[in-house]
Design a protein around this ligand. Structure first.
Ligand code: DGJ
Length: 545
């Protein structure tokens, strides 16, 4: 090769490599953010989509890192990739303007050692309605930091959202936290998302009755909200639109003129003000370090009225109010402690709201996670008080997360494209029918004589997911389900199982194990994922006449 040619080759290689390095660096340096993929929202972390296989710490656990220390290994053993942990306003700002981030730093440091990500929960003005995590200097100075009041005028241990002083104090502390995170974590990005406040809501009244609140209630509905309602009239949550419709879609007026008189209007009013306040706090943080931010809700028990449950929080019927008031909040999230897991997923997976479940009762079946991730494109799942699980080495969550971890690249590739379905079966839903590719999947609960005999016990909740690889080839993962197949073509043909393999994804590559064409598939009649563990099977189907 001539000198001139080799010089050219060298320059070309240099340019190509430099471009690659710059590209890799910019990918890594992009902050965590959300992107759209079909109907799904993916959380991007260091340039790659990320599925949160999480667990939330009990409320007090992160206030003493020595207490937390023995649990980190368990989190790894159970295949968690993310811990949701509170950050307490009273502990980071014990005196006004003096910040102490030592707990946050140690938390980040420990998470890095175990290669775990963090979602931080800002326990600021409100934690389960109350202001129990506000610092002493806030709690004890009611003149400066006023409280919400009952109709009878009694002060509550709830900071009123109608005070700029309250809001600004919270926003300053939150901003300081986000500034600190930027300075210590922007490169490594251990912290990937932030929950602003915790389970906001008014209780035991549907709204605040302090003087400022009463004055505001008598004023017209803000033009900002009226404009939002007008321009989104056709896509409002139906249950919310009905309220406005009943009053003749009024374009202006007081809260009671626009929405009618009643607890529902008290709740709409307080929701707007909670959301405005929270948005200012989120904005202060995003201005310095724009991580994705969300709010979580305490859900409603059947038949409870506003005031009996924490009212005005980020509940599904108030999604439009929160969206209009809080553009710095990326999504609303449910804390699911009730058994009707599916219904709450459906209610939150509406109108483009990304689904993430920051809290779920840790007694619920991890089959929930398969359902939410496949059926509702959830970006993550997180049982509460994760450190308190007994015998973590045998806990079903570990086996479920092992499988979800293996499937993560495939799931993230398929979310939002209509090539995945989730299944959740229990005493209320024994079977379901799913159409995917060229086939119909009849999925039923493994319910067998063993459970039938235990008639006093509840039917265990089982479930899983079906992922289409090709129109005739599928990954079916989960636990306790039996699947039979029918062709979708209505031409009298019958579905046959060519083969079923169990297996594992190792570094994203399918590695088959046993072929299951005998007893395990009832001699080619069905696919069965036994209920004693979580597993993956791959099936190739065909049709014959
Ligand atoms: C929901 C709250 O968000 C958590 O902080 C915790 O209080 C749990 N409830 C307790 O069940």
């Amino acid at each position: 090769m001539k000198f001139r040619d080799s010089k050219l080759l060298f320059i070309t290689l240099f340019v190509v490599l430099s471009v690659q390095i710059i590209h890799a660096q910019s990918k890594n340096q992009a902050l965590p953010h959300l992107i759209k993929q079909g109907s799904a929202n993916l959380l991007m972390v260091q340039g790659e989509p990320f599925l949160i296989l999480g667990g939330e710490l009990g409320n007090s656990t992160a206030s003493d890192l020595a207490y937390l220390r023995p649990f980190w290994q368990n989190f790894k053993m159970m295949h968690l990739n993310t811990i949701l942990s509170p950050v307490y306003w009273e502990l980071i700002e014990p005196e006004e303007g003096r910040f102490d981030f030592s707990l946050v730093d140690s938390l980040i440091y420990s998470a890095r050692i175990y290669d775990l990500k963090l979602v931080l929960l800002w326990f600021g003005s409100w934690k389960n309605s109350m202001s129990c995590y506000a610092p002493s200097w806030v709690k004890r100075d009611q003149q400066r930091f006023p409280r919400a009041r009952t109709r009878a005028g009694q002060a509550l241990e709830i900071l009123t959202p109608f005070s700029e002083e309250n809001r600004n104090a919270d926003a300053r502390a939150f901003k300081a936290l986000m500034q600190h995170l930027r300075s210590c974590d922007e490169q490594q990005q251990t912290v990937i998302m932030i929950q602003v406040e915790n389970e906001i809501g008014m209780i035991p009244e549907a709204r605040d009755y302090c003087d400022a609140a009463n004055r505001s209630f008598a004023r017209p509905v803000p033009v900002e909200l009226m404009n939002y309602l007008q321009s989104n009239k056709h896509s409002l949550m139906p249950e919310f639109r009905q309220i406005w419709e009943r009053m003749g879609y009024k374009a202006s007026g007081t809260w009671e003129q626009v929405f009618g008189k009643g607890l529902h209007t008290d709740e709409i009013f307080i929701a707007w003000h909670f959301a405005k306040y929270t948005d200012e706090v989120a904005k202060a943080g995003k201005d310095v370090y724009p991580l994705p931010m969300f709010v979580n809700a305490a859900l409603i028990r059947p038949k409870y009225q506003p005031g009996q449950y924490p009212s005005g929080g980020p509940l599904p019927h108030l999604l439009d109010i929160w969206r209009a008031a809080a553009p710095h909040i990326d999504f609303l999230a449910p804390d699911i402690y009730f058994k009707n897991f599916k219904e709450w997923c459906e209610k939150y997976d509406r109108s483009g709201n990304p689904l993430f479940i920051p809290e779920v009762a840790n007694t619920q079946s991890p089959a929930n996670a398969f359902y939410a991730i496949a059926q509702h494109n959830a970006m993550g799942y997180s049982p509460f008080s994760i450190e308190s699980l007994k015998a973590p080495q045998f806990h079903p969550l570990g086996s479920a997360y092992d499988i979800l971890h293996q499937l993560e690249p495939l799931i993230l590739m398929k979310q939002g494209k209509g090539q995945m379905a989730g299944v959740l079966l229990d005493s209320t839903h024994h079977k379901t029918r799913i159409e995917l590719g060229n086939f119909i999947f009849n999925v039923r609960h493994e319910y067998s004589w063993a459970y039938a005999q235990k008639s006093e016990g509840e039917t265990p909740r089982f479930g899983g997911m079906i992922i289409m690889l090709e129109p005739d080839e599928f990954i079916i993962a989960g636990s306790g389900i039996i699947v039979t197949f029918e062709p979708r073509s209505n031409d009298g043909s019958v579905a046959g199982i060519d083969w079923i393999d169990e297996g594992r994804f190792i570094n994203g590559k399918w590695t088959p194990g046993r072929r299951l064409n005998g007893d395990q598939s009832h001699q080619g009649r069905h696919l069965h994922l036994p209920g004693n563990t979580y597993g993956i099977q791959r099936a190739k189907l065909y049709a014959y006449k």
